[in-house]
Unconditional design. Structure first.
Lengths: 240, 72, 221
């Protein structure tokens, strides 16, 4: 019964925290987008297209952050068998995949005017594409078993293998793209960034992170109910 | 008027900036709505099942004991 | 140690009895490679250019084909559970299975690679490095693949799932493997790429037994 030990307490805390986080998320997203669209200056090289950065870069940060979060949750789940950790990993994966996809799509939309092509095998975008595939594999494995517990375990092992491999993949892709590309290619987001662009970026990124928090709390809550439904179904099955 | 038009034109990059923002909103809102809807559906099912279970328990309290042999 | 030899020996005997599987992997490798000239045209200079990449990608797919069977037979007939109960650490047993898998798929692919190199009009100066890179790289493919095979035991559509799990993780090996051969063909030193492949091999030699054992344990729980 350890499995359903503290869902009530989690739900209680989540319900209390959620309104505040939701308001904070909405506010920082609102301010962030306002600053990004109306206040931040255009780039002297990229013009107004630089405004895509304010959704592209936070999405990329979130896609990476969420994978690490899943890996941490997976480690907790495997070592301490904490049931909420399994749920957190399962709840996070689709959100992370969504952000990875968003990074790719906005990168493509940004790349079209900058590079003249919808897709460039640029190191960052290529790594993000691989990360997107890692997310899809994780989600597919999570849902591949009749027994949800096995899905949790297998996906947790996969997430840990993935997180160890991500630096290796990143390094190899950088190695490969510097080999195949002239260094003059315009990079998405330069090394230095002016404060007038940095603040809108940071506030938007904060909004993305709070949005993730809201969503993951809601999804864990939903998963807890789903687990309870499964248990009830099982009880009903054995009762008839 | 021209100021507004200039804003929406995004320095000629309108075709790239607005779809980026739009897609971001669609995906973030979509995930949120999907989560909320799933939560609501599950909450409703749970409420139904619990109401049912309570009823059955009242009608036939011995139901739990005749479960041998069904677990696998 | 003798337990390890026993596992490898047993798997090898089984593989030899069904040597058709190893032959099929090699046949797939050569046949798929031979499709490329039909797809892009028989221009010798072009084929020469893409030879290392094609050979690596096709080798990767051929290894992928054989992965599902890596643990499946043992899982279904129950010998995997015996392996779990035996005094031999599960981690070592997995390395034994991987070694047997490599000997029956990776090694035959390396033997067949010169044939594809000839078909693609590859500069023979690069052949040595290509084979050396494959010698370092194909064990990596078996090692990573073993994790995928162990994770999908008992899954719905396990066979379709393995490529999705494993292919993204194969990319570094592909990059360094092709990089070494390309460097050698360009008259540059293949050393950095080969060293990186060797490092990757060492990393996976540590990760696979740990992750594989965790995956097998939860599959048999």
């Amino acid at each position: 019964m350890h499995r359903f030990a503290n869902p009530a307490r989690f739900t209680r805390i989540a319900d209390r925290v959620l309104p505040f986080v939701a308001v904070a998320a909405l506010a920082s997203l609102g301010i962030g987008f306002y600053l990004a669209l109306f206040v931040a200056p255009g780039d002297y090289q990229q013009g107004e297209s630089v405004r895509i950065m304010y959704v592209h870069v936070p999405s990329a940060w979130m896609a990476m952050f969420i994978y690490v979060a899943i890996a941490v949750a997976s480690a907790v789940a495997l070592v301490w068998r904490h049931p909420l950790a399994d749920l957190a990993a399962k709840a996070s994966a689709p959100i992370g995949a969504g952000f990875a996809f968003l990074t790719l799509a906005t990168g493509s939309l940004w790349g079209r005017p900058m590079w003249g092509t919808w897709w460039e095998w640029d190191g960052r975008l290529t790594s993000m594409l691989i990360l997107f595939f890692l997310y899809l594999g994780h989600i597919a494995l999570m849902h591949a078993f009749e027994d949800q517990q096995r899905g949790y375990r297998a996906a947790a092992v996969l997430a840990l293998v993935g997180v160890i491999n991500i630096p290796i993949i990143k390094f190899s892709v950088d190695w490969w793209s510097t080999l195949h590309q002239p260094a003059s290619v315009l990079r998405l987001d330069g090394p230095t960034i002016h404060a007038s662009m940095l603040w809108p970026l940071l506030i938007t990124a904060l909004g993305f992170k709070l949005y993730y928090l809201v969503l993951v709390l809601l999804r864990i809550k939903s998963e807890l109910i789903a687990a309870r439904l499964r248990a009830l179904d099982l009880a009903k099955l054995s009762a008839t | 008027m021209t100021e507004i038009a200039a804003f929406f034109d995004m320095g000629g990059y309108a075709a790239f900036v607005w779809p980026s923002l739009g897609l971001t909103l669609v995906i973030m809102l979509g995930l949120l709505l999907q989560t909320l809807r799933q939560l609501r559906v599950r909450q409703r099912r749970l409420a139904d099942l619990e109401a049912q279970g309570a009823q059955r328990f009242r009608r036939q309290p011995g139901a739990q004991t005749s479960t041998t042999g069904r677990q696998s | 140690m003798s337990g390890l030899v026993l596992i490898v020996g047993r798997d090898l005997r089984l593989a030899l009895r069904q040597s058709a599987d190893a032959w099929l992997a090699v046949l797939f490798f050569v046949l798929t490679g031979a499709l490329f000239p039909f797809g892009i045209g028989p221009e010798p200079s072009l084929l020469k250019l893409i030879a290392p990449g094609v050979i690596w990608v096709v080798a990767l797919l051929a290894v992928l084909l054989s992965l599902e069977r890596l643990f499946l037979a043992d899982y279904e007939d129950g010998s995997l559970e015996q392996l779990l109960l035996s005094p031999l650490p599960l981690e070592l047993a997995i390395l034994g299975k991987v070694l047997a898998h490599w000997l029956t798929t990776g090694l035959p692919l390396i033997a067949a690679a010169p044939l594809l190199a000839v078909l693609f009009n590859m500069d023979m100066a690069g052949l040595g490095v290509l084979l050396l890179a494959m010698l370092l790289g194909t064990p990596i493919l078996s090692l990573i693949g073993a994790i995928g095979a162990a994770l999908t035991l008992g899954a719905r559509r396990g066979g379709v799932l393995i490529p999705l799990l494993v292919l993204p993780l194969y990319i570094p090996a592909l990059i360094f493997g092709v990089g070494a051969t390309d460097a050698a063909l360009a008259g540059l030193s293949a050393r950095p790429d080969l060293m990186l492949l060797a490092a990757l091999l060492l990393v996976m030699l540590v990760i696979t037994p740990l992750a594989g054992a965790a995956a097998l344990r939860q599959a048999l729980e």
